[in-house]
Design a protein around this ligand. Structure first.
Ligand code: CUA
Length: 177
C-alpha cells in the first residue's frame, strides 16, 4: 500500500534526522574547534552535498520525464497503432456536456476539456469510486486528458473546483461499453 510505503519512508527519514542531530550533539561536547579546520571540512561537506543533490535531481528528472502529463508525452507512451477516441467535455455552471456520451473500453480516450464560464475541475471516478484522472476545465483554454478504461461500467465525472453555489451538484455518470 502506498500509505505504508510513505510511512516507512517518513520513519526512515525521521531516524536519519535524529541520528544526525545526535552526532552533532556528541561532536559539540569536544568543545570549540579551530576555525581553519572547521572551514575546510565544512566546505568539503558542502561540495559533496551539492554533487549528491545535483545527481539526485538529474536522476529524478530523467527517470520521470516521460510521465509528464502533457498530451504529447502521453501520446508518445501509447502502444503503437492505438488511435485515441476524442470526447469533448464542456463544463458550465453546473453541469457537464459530453459528446459523445458513451466511450469504448480498452481504447485510449482523449478527453478535450474546456469551460463555458468559470474554472471547473474535471475528475473521472471508476465504478468503485476511485479517482482515475483529473484535469482543469478553464474558459478559453483547452486541456487534454488521455485515459484508457480497462473495464466497462458506469463511471462518474465530478467537479473538484469550487465553482459556485451548486458546485457539489456538478456530477454526472457515463457508460464505458
Ligand atoms: Cu464546477 Cu465545481
Amino acid at each position: 500500500m502506498p500509505q505504508i510505503r510513505a510511512a516507512l519512508l517518513f520513519g526512515a527519514g525521521a531516524v536519519l534526522l535524529a541520528a544526525s542531530i545526535l552526532a552533532v550533539g556528541i561532536g559539540a561536547r569536544r568543545g570549540p574547534a579551530p576555525a581553519e579546520e572547521v572551514t575546510r571540512s565544512g566546505y568539503r561537506v558542502r561540495r559533496a552535498w551539492f554533487v549528491v543533490l545535483l545527481v539526485g535531481a538529474a536522476l529524478a528528472l530523467g527517470s520521470t520525464f516521460r510521465f509528464m502529463p502533457y498530451e504529447s508525452f502521453r501520446l508518445a507512451r501509447l502502444p503503437a497503432g492505438a488511435h485515441p477516441v476524442t470526447v469533448r467535455l464542456q463544463a458550465q455552471q453546473w453541469e457537464w456536456v459530453m459528446e459523445p456520451e458513451r466511450v469504448p473500453a480498452g481504447q485510449p480516450i482523449r478527453f478535450v476539456v474546456t469551460s463555458r464560464d468559470v474554472n471547473h475541475d474535471f475528475a473521472i471516478y471508476d465504478p468503485h469510486d476511485r479517482i482515475i484522472g483529473q484535469v482543469q476545465a478553464m474558459p478559453g483554454v483547452t486541456n487534454v486528458l488521455l485515459v484508457t478504461f480497462e473495464t466497462p461500467g458506469t463511471y462518474w465525472i465530478r467537479c473538484l473546483e469550487l465553482c459556485g453555489a451548486f458546485h457539489q451538484a456538478m456530477v454526472r455518470s457515463f457508460e464505458v461499453t
